[in-house]
Design a binder for this molecule. Structure first.
Ligand code: VG1
Ligand code: CO
Length: 542
């Protein structure tokens, strides 16, 4: 039976950098998730006759939310749902399934790198028929719809069993429950030289993969252990848990400290990697050497041709604005175009669809290519493995060679978390107001060349996005960027991005924080961080 439920619209259902993220208990309020799902349906012209991919990263409320979405889709005439067993899918796997089955889009249940559990975070996002996150035009329409909603329709029937792979139905809607891993693992085999990687492993190459009790566990076990022959147990924290076992599944040196300790220790394996809640981020580490995500993008771009899927070369490289310019240097050397977009994977979609870019990356541990329309953690790890096998060199040797060739973009991001929203807003407003007066000023012996608030005109569809971060550029290729996070669920997070270019051949192996010290001091001074936030040091440094 289909029921129409009258509702009063909720305030604040505004999608951020990547979908709607809130405290899990906010989502668990009666009708809260339903209202947002109804708004998604409204923003895409309804779901009648459509096929959707549905899955999530297994965090608390994933199961309940999946049933709600299925019941609403069935009530509103959807033809078919493709769903990962037990409602599980990584973000890149969902993107791939949308493309593989040419569906009308998909829903991903995740708050990504945010912690999970009843007292932590939950989220939902809609991906388009191209497999990529909904662009701003659609997310704006979603938000508008949340404000005018008066009811939603839902199918009143027992929940289907999602544990059983195979076909079932809800009302007239067909449901295909599939193995969440297989299609994505098969795609990886088409892109990378699995025999070469297998041979490298057989010759003694060792690695550790920390899945942080999140969704990548089953994907990494299938590919790294079952298909590539790394020993069982290579993947740790491999079972997705509703609260991620209390881990914070954000693959950076702070939160992936177990992996970092092992990689910096005496008996470090050759290579280490970790991924986030929904499997789209990656951190890579060599024995004794951390690779910054911006450098990782540049190295992958410079060496991608070693993998069969990219043997023909790259069309172009795209990076988010706060990501370091290391990848630009590679693009110039390869004589291919490069693009600088606002933060968030949704801005890469048009470039990938138009064939302007093959590789994309963000400083926030996200790398991906045109094989899907999301960043893809395991993909990045496999491209690294392919490169390590082809070059038969260590991570440290590859990094040294890269910096000697291109110079080094020293880079770091400092996050100030849990800042009162009004204080963070005041800091940004003061910076914006100061923009005209900054050029020409000398701070820490560095002269400001230009200062602006980053705005982006999409070169493919012409859409304009403004206020994407305060940029301060110094002479000598030094840079500071300030922006507020769009993925948090409590207060505000100020992100300060710091960069300094060192051409080499000297000083290529400094500690990044030491190399950036004057820029860090300037960043505190220019934004008056202590005055606005009372903070003198960041909570997380990557
Ligand atoms: C952060 C990152 C951004 C990334 C986004 C989603 O956004 O900075 O680069 O695309 O998270 O990643 P923000 O607005 O908090 O800076 V994920 O893996 O959390 O979907
Ligand atoms: Co993620």
């Amino acid at each position: 039976m289909i029921r129409t439920i009258p509702v009063t619209a909720f305030a604040g259902q505004k999608p951020g950098t990547s979908g709607l993220r809130k405290k899990t208990r906010v989502f668990m309020q009666p009708h809260y998730l339903e209202c947002f799902v109804q708004a998604i349906f409204a923003s895409i012209g309804g779901v009648a006759g459509k096929t959707l991919v549905i899955g999530g990263d297994g965090r608390f409320y994933n199961d309940r939310a999946t049933h709600i979405i299925l019941a609403m889709a069935a009530a509103q005439g959807a033809a078919r749902a493709i769903i990962g067993q037990n409602g599980l899918l990584s973000t890149p796997a969902a993107s791939h399934l949308i493309r593989l089955h040419k569906t009308d889009g998909g829903m991903i249940l995740s708050a990504s790198h945010n912690p999970g559990g009843e007292a932590a975070d939950f989220g939902i996002k809609f991906n388009m028929p191209n497999g990529g996150p909904a662009p701003e035009s659609i997310t704006n329409a979603m938000f508008a719809a949340t404000q005018t909603l008066t009811s939603y329709d839902i199918y009143d029937a027992p929940a289907p069993n999602l544990a059983q792979i195979g076909q079932t139905a809800l009302g007239d809607m067909r449901i295909d429950i599939i193995n969440p891993v297989t299609a994505h693992a098969d795609l990886m085999e088409t892109l990378f030289d699995f025999p070469a990687i297998r041979a490298h492993i057989a010759a003694g190459f060792t690695m550790r993969f920390d899945a942080m009790c999140a969704i990548t566990g089953p994907y990494a076990v299938e590919v790294l252990e079952n298909r590539l022959g790394l020993p069982a147990g290579t993947v740790t924290h491999a079972t997705p848990l509703p609260d991620f076992g209390g881990m914070h599944p954000d693959p950076n040196p702070t939160w992936a400290h177990e992996l970092m300790d092992e990689m910096m220790g005496q008996n470090a394996p050759d290579f280490g990697a970790a991924s986030d809640g929904d499997g789209d981020r990656n951190m890579v580490v060599g024995a004794g050497i951390y690779v910054s995500p911006s450098d990782s993008l540049a190295v992958l771009a410079a060496n991608a041709h070693l993998a069969p899927g990219y043997a023909a070369g790259l069309e172009g490289i795209a990076r988010s604005m706060p990501t370091s310019a290391a990848a630009d240097r590679v693009a110039r050397a390869l004589n291919i175009p490069y693009f600088e977009t606002p933060t968030g994977w949704k801005f890469f979609g048009t470039l990938l669809d138009a064939g302007h870019a093959t590789l994309c990356g963000e400083e926030s541990f996200g790398t991906g290519s045109d094989h899907v329309r999301e960043k893809d953690g395991l993909w990045a790890v496999l491209l690294w493995l392919n490169i390590l096998a082809s070059r038969n060199q260590s991570v440290a040797e590859i990094m040294t060679d890269h910096w000697q060739t291109y110079g080094r973009n020293y880079y770091s991001r400092h996050d100030f978390e849990g800042v009162a929203t009004e204080n963070a807003d005041a800091l940004m407003a003061a910076l914006r107001a100061a923009l005209p007066t900054l050029p020409g000023q000398t701070i820490e012996k560095m002269t400001i060349k230009s200062a602006d608030d980053f705005a982006y005109t999409d070169p493919v569809d012409g859409s304009v996005t403004t206020q994407q971060g305060i940029r301060i550029l110094f002479a000598d290729d030094c840079r500071i960027i300030y922006r507020l996070s769009g993925t948090g669920t409590e207060g505000a997070t100020l992100r300060v991005y710091l960069e300094r270019y060192q051409p080499g051949p000297d000083n290529l192996h400094l500690d990044a924080q030491a190399a950036l010290a004057p820029i860090i001091a300037a960043a505190h001074h220019i934004a008056q961080i202590k005055v606005h936030t009372t903070r003198t040091a960041p909570d997380v440094v990557t």
